[in-house]
Each structure stands twice: as structure tokens, then as C-alpha cells.
Design a binder for this molecule. Sequence first.
Ligand code: CP3
Length: 360
Amino acid sequence: EKYKALYDKDFPPLKNKLIFQVIKGEKIHKVPVWIMRQAGRYLPEYRKGRANNEFFKVCQTPELACEVTLQPIDRYGDLLDASIIFSDIMVVPQAMGLVCEMVPGKGPTFPEPIRKPEDLKRLTDKVNVDDSLGYVFDAITLTRQKLDGRVPLFGFSGGPWTLMAYMIEGSGSKTYSKAKAWLYNHPKDSKVLLQKITDVIIPYLVGQLIQLFESNSGELSPQCFTEFVMPYIIQIVDKVKEKTEALGYNIPVSIFARGSHYAIEELSKTKFDIIQVDWTMDPKKTRETAKAKVLQGNADPSLLYGSKETIYQNVEKMIEGFGVKKYIANLGHGMYPDHDPEHLKYYLEAIRDVSSKKLK
Ligand code: CP3
């Protein structure tokens, strides 16, 4: 295994361990925070760098991916407590042999999606993750060096159902009806596909922390969630834990089952260390349901269109609801391209100020 070398000892020691301290239940001085899509189009420095480079070219070029990953860390300094590697969930379907392009204004698009069960034959049989996704490992290695221990680095993957949905729809969709029709008409083939995706995700997931994005899970009924999401995300967390524990590590894993309110209690009983919560969920009720599990989230990204005062007041309520322990702040979904970077700063400062007062 070429990438066995992603050991902590090979990298500069971590100076900011807040997230790990929260997971261990240790004493902290403020609630840690990071933001989904913290590297992205809302940052002028990102738009400038992207101008000459196609989206997936940035993902595939470790120097560029590293540069973009560091942009929010350089800009916000110690207001941020984690970084997330610049990449996309679509690199996994690409590694499985499907062409996926980032179409401006439309998002990720597959010119030849999977339509019928026979199309599964078009997928690469045994994906060699080191070969096909080695560029992500290289980007992670380089970024961990360049971060110099300032903050830990998240690796991530799309969840099996979310990736299956894109691979069948060919792009984002309002209803995901083509993909969901598979679950009802071809349940066996659906499971073959979900397992194929799961088998690529497991060896692919590296980083100091991991987040699994099951962003399309809210499209499913609770029954479909139980049958087509749970078994695969459980396999992923169990295998990732088993593998890393064998190497003497415990890598915290976070799950974002966006929109799946009904699943919080079930998820809180799994080995996932963190449950990311979207903004439609009430912090206090979610805390009661999830008991002592670490929760992450969840302000409406649109809060960042509000004034500094509005942002502060909402942060107070959010932290009141989740509590300052077993909690990592984030948004309820990613940054939008028209967000003002200054308003994200207000949000990060409010989290620092409100939580550090409560932790005194
Ligand atoms: O900073 C970070 O969060 C790390 C980078 C990251 C990106 N995508 C970069 C990106 C991460 C973690 C993702 C995950 C991702 N990608 C998800 C799961 C999270 C979620 O949003 O629910 C999904 C569903 C995707 C697929 C995807 N990629 C979509 C739907 C889009 C289009 C979005 C849009 O508004 O156009 C992308 C493109 C994308 N991924 C961009 C970035 C910075 C913008 C593309 C650009 O620069 O032109």
C-alpha cells in the first residue's frame, strides 16, 4: 500500500486539537467551528485562482487543491478549527469509470449516466484506489505538510446513496425519481451498485477526520433509508474504524444525512463520532434525541445574509440549544457563492465569543 504513510508521525504535530478534545469530552475554552464549502466561490481569492483552471483540474492537481484548501485558513486564522480537503464527491464515480463534468450553472453532470441495470457493466470492475484516486492522497499529504499543524484536515466522501443518485440521474434533480425508481423496481441491482460504491469509498477515506456526505438522504422514505442507506454507511464507519484502529489510530468520522430527521436517534447509536445537522432541525430537540453524541451544525446558510447583530443573536440561540459540550459549530449546509466573506467572519467571531463566555 503506497499510501500507508499517512501516519500522524510523518507530519507536523497538531497545534489545534479542539475537535478531538470535544470528541473525547475534554475541557475546552471555546466551541470549535469549521464550515462546509469554506473553500469556494464566495472567496475572491478562490474565484481568481479558478479563472484559469477547470474545477476537476484543481481537484486533480495537488498544488492547486492544497492552495485552495488553505485559502480560508489563511484568511480567517484561528477563527477556524479545521480544514477540509478541496475535492468533490464526484471523484468516486469518476474513479469507477463514469465521465463527470462540472458544468457552470448546472453543477456536476454525467454525459452518460447509468440508466438500466445492464449499464452496471460499464463500471470499472476492480477499482484500484491508489491509482485512480492517488491524486487526492497526494493533495492530502501536501496539505497536511503546508498546514503545519495549524488545524486538522478533513477528508470526505459522498455517501453511497447520494453518489448512486447522481450516477443514475446524471445531475442534480428535484425529485431524484429516476434513481428512486431503481430502489423500487430494481432493489437487487440497487444493492449491487450501492455495494460497488461502498467498496471504493472504504479504501479511499483518509484524513485526520472524515465526513461522509449523504446529501440526498432526505429524498428517501424512512423505510428506504433503513434499507438503502443505513447498511452501507454502517459498513463504511465500521470498516474505516477497524482499519485505522489496527494501525493504532482512532479517526473520528462524521455523518451528514441531510434531511433525514427520523434517523437522528438511530445514527446516535452507531460508531459515527459526529452527526452533522441541517438547519431545519431544532438544536435543543436534536440534542435531546442524540443524547451525548457530538452534534455539528446547523445555522441556515442564509443567516449569513443578515447583519452582524442578527448573526450574533442567532448564534446565541443555536449554542443555547446544542449546549457548549459535545458540540462543533458549522452551518446547516455549505456556503453560497454570493455570501460576503465578512459575514462569515461575524459568524465565526460570534461562535468564539458566545461559547467562550459560557465555558468560563
Ligand atoms: O470547502 C469544502 O467544503 C471542500 C470542498 C467540497 C466541494 N464539494 C467543492 C465544490 C466539498 C466537501 C464538496 C462536497 C459535495 N459536492 C457535496 C456534498 C455536500 C453538499 O453540498 O451537500 C455535493 C452534493 C457535491 C456535488 C457538487 N459539487 C455540486 C452539487 C456542485 C455544484 C454546486 C453549485 O452551487 O454550483 C459542486 C461544485 C463544487 N464543489 C464547487 C465547489 C467549491 C463549486 C464549483 C466551482 O468552483 O465552479
